[in-house]
Design a protein around this ligand. Structure first.
Ligand code: PLP
Length: 425
């Protein structure tokens, strides 16, 4: 197969007829497959379900002398704070352990900034004329939705191989209306990029005009390698403190993809000054989060080393799925030169850039053939990809056999939409 762009119009017409035939055959299979969201597959859920065998004895309900079944410990069980501090390489006093979702803690932080202001805010953000927010893109659609829902103006920051384009970030933060930035520093969603040391250093050393500029450091994939050894990662809290910005960052993490999404535990980590301020607001809102589940996780995960051993078992399930995606793209798409993609070694996604102007059409064709993918544009602010090119592939949910079929559909649809685009001239 030669590259589509170098074919004659006649060759392309013949190829289109051939690919169209394959498409109709795949459609005829009546598939119902889903690669839309980063959900663990059933084998991963089964792997960790022995977590429910714990806590059978009365002494299992006591942690550091605290009865976990009762009210108290707003910031979470000390043992759960130690567990996350171990994983994130920060101090337990900097960790607040919440409920079952880090997204809720992120939303709540933005919401508190809006209604009450943060530690360094001159006024609540609802009293600001405009609030602007930096969104490295492609990025996580749910992040963008949070800040969009508060009426902030979302500013797209291009992603590079090393993380967000820091020249653009340093320029943007000169505007006092720019109040914050989303970051997924390790195995970014969807590119799977690990921010470089230099990018992280520049983020920690930012000099924003807004005194309450906040880096939302969503370390959702902090220990989520599916290929190779665990990659150590710097502690952003100490880097910010060393750069004179101790209160500029709030870090987030959860066990959604370590144990169970929606039934795990989550945390934020920040300076102790931020912690004292946020606790004052949180104590009005809740007496204490679910410490029974926190204790279950402490007993199950134990510490970072033990948790990393569990992550290797997840990796054994995940790696063949990512290999299946990479192999299909390499075999079917690479020779045609109609898309580019990365080969991540951790996280939950593969980010593919189709020929500009074809992502929406490709995904519509996939849907028609029974394969649901993340909507076109979702990885950009306001759901609008200016290039109509980025496609997020989430291979974790379907078993490998189904994934092979789903990838056959995706590759066929990429070919059809590229040929249609080229025919337009
Ligand atoms: C970057 C990122 N952050 C957060 C989440 C959701 O985390 P949680 O389940 O802790 O709310 C996801 C889920 O896909 C994600 O990709």
């Amino acid at each position: 197969m030669s590259a589509y762009a170098r074919m004659s119009a006649e060759e392309r017409r013949a190829e289109y007829a051939k690919v169209q035939k394959t498409y109709q055959e795949l459609k005829g299979l009546g598939l119902q497959l889903n690669m839309a969201r980063g959900k663990p597959g059933k084998a991963q859920l089964d792997l960790v379900s022995d977590i429910f065998d714990l806590m059978q004895r009365p002494e299992d309900y006591v942690s550091d002398g605290i009865d976990v079944r009762n009210y108290g410990e707003l910031a979470g069980l000390p043992a759960a704070r130690r567990l996350f501090a171990d994983i994130l390489d920060c101090r337990p006093e900097q960790v607040f352990v919440g409920g079952c979702a880090s997204l809720q803690l992120m939303y709540d932080t933005v919401s508190k900034a809006y209604t009450h202001g943060l530690l360094r805010s001159p006024r609540p953000w609802c009293r600001e004329e405009t609030v602007k927010w930096l969104c490295p893109s492609p990025g996580y659609d749910r992040h963008f939705k949070v800040t969009e829902s508060f009426g902030f103006e979302l500013i797209t920051i291009p992603m590079t191989d090393e993380g967000p384009d820091m020249d653009a970030v340093e320029e943007a933060v000169k505007d006092p209306a720019v109040k914050g930035m989303w970051c997924v520093p390790k195995y970014s969603n969807p590119d799977g990029i690990i921010y470089s040391q230099e990018t992280i250093r520049r983020i920690a050393a930012l000099r924003p005009a807004a005194p309450d500029f906040t880096v939302m450091w969503d370390n959702a994939y902090c220990i989520h390698e599916f290929e190779g050894e665990y990659v150590p990662f710097p502690d952003i809290l100490s880097l910010c403190a060393e750069a004179g910005n101790p209160d500029m960052v709030v870090e987030f993490a959860s066990t959604s993809k370590i144990t169970l999404p929606g039934a795990g535990i989550s945390c934020f980590a920040c300076s102790e000054a931020n912690m004292a301020y946020l606790e004052k607001l949180l104590t009005v809102q809740i007496i204490s989060f679910d410490k029974v589940n926190q204790q279950r996780h402490v007993l199950y995960l134990k510490d970072k080393a033990h948790t990393l051993a569990l992550m290797r078992r997840h990796a054994a399930i995940m790696a063949p799925k990512f290999r299946c995606v990479a192999d299909a793209l390499e075999r079917e798409i690479a020779p045609l030169e109609i898309a580019s993609w990365r080969r991540p070694t951790g996280g939950y996604f593969v980010s593919l850039n189709a020929m500009p102007g074809t992502a929406r059409r490709t995904l519509a064709l996939c849907k028609e053939a029974g394969v649901t993918m993340t909507g076109a544009g979702a990885t950009f602010p306001y759901g609008k990809d200016p290039q109509d090119s980025n496609i997020r592939i989430a291979p974790s949910l379907p078993p490998v056999e189904e994934l092979e079929q789903a990838m056959a559909v995706l590759c066929t649809c990429l070919k059809l939409s590229a040929l249609e685009k080229l025919a337009e001239g």
